[in-house]
Design a protein around this ligand. Sequence first.
Ligand SMILES: [Zn+2]
Ligand SMILES: [Zn+2]
Length: 448
Amino acid sequence: MRIHNLNPGDEIGASGWYVEADGSHFLLDAGLHPKLEGRACLPHFGLIPAGQLDAILISHCHYDHVAGLPVAVKQFPRARVMMSELSSHLVERVLHNSANVMKRQRDEMGILDYPLYDNQQVEELAPLIEGIRYREPKLCDFAVAEGHSGRVPQIEFYDAGHTLGAAGISLRCQSHSLFYTGDCSFQDQIILKGADFSSIKADVVIMETTRGSYDDTKTALRSREVRRLREAILEVQNRRGCVLIPSFALGRTQEILALLAEMVLDGVIPRQPIYIGGLGKIFTDLYDNLARKTTRNHPNLLLNRELNLVVQNVDKVRDTPLKSPKIFVMTAGMMNENTVAHDLAIRLCADPKHAIFFVGYADPSTPGGKMRESEMGQPFYFSTKAVDLVRHCELRQFDVTGHANRDELVRCVNEIRPRHIILGHGDPSSRQWFYDQFMSMDHPYRIH
Ligand SMILES: [Zn+2]
Ligand SMILES: [Zn+2]
């Protein structure tokens, strides 16, 4: 088995792993690097020999794992495309959105490589995608060379608990077996249940290492963080302030909405309009529509039924009055310019009764990262539109991640008992922590 890491960066970037085993050729994930521009954000597809790809297997529908898929399909038209059944319902919307964002970036930022694909290509690709249920093994007879004798490669998707449709992927070939964790979460979130990776065995594990730098003994329990967030939202409502919770459109937004729905159902806060972004609304509708097909907590909780969701856009938010209490769950985790979250944050900063709550990652170089580091009352550079913004509103952070804690991941890999461990999807210091852990164990792991 030969495995190539195609990520163009050394950190969490564009996920893409080329796997060659017993004459079969697979690509695991085809993401785009969120911080690189133009063709530089693509995985190194050039390392895959021309024509040599049998299947592209996608772990989940986040940008860094799937947004390069149309480029990969164009380059390897013979390859089949497979993902979990749930992901197959989401992927088209995700790719249309990235096509639209790239088109806008070409116009606004003059990135001439963009768009790397257009909406037409996405529409042509969608019917080719094969959705496969969790824990239903699939034989890949299309992936064997003529005259091949011996075991036909078999793939299987396992619920990874990270976001709707997220999967760990196993690949069993003649001489080797591999398990790719994708992004995963072992603890239950509010809606989604934790990963189900039980009984998996493999010689090789490719694992995410996102939280290698977070000491689990010092980080708060997820349930306690959720409680803290509930209390904080209530405080802002009681002082008649507005709260902005920037969140990614797929996954985080629905988890926060579920928390708000619980608060409404418990009578803690009154039913009221909850303002969300257009893309967040699309995925929220899909979460509701797929509720019965998902292993989740609260299968009967429909976010659209329990909450009065109102879609905001950049034009509307300019004139939205902030005198009475309001809750905004806005889909731009990084608060980039020309987003509702960005423009709203500038307005909220002016008044101490308002609040901004971070519930996920914000890269330090983005406006969201700058806001998170800002000191109360001190001018700071937020964006080109607000070069010396002064924050008077409350700002807090809550650790309600969709990624596995590092100790949980180590336990999971120890149960799989591979011979080889490949550390991916994390910054160098996070990978280093996992390296040290596995090296210190009695089991003779080979770590890459
Ligand atoms: Zn993810
Ligand atoms: Zn990821």
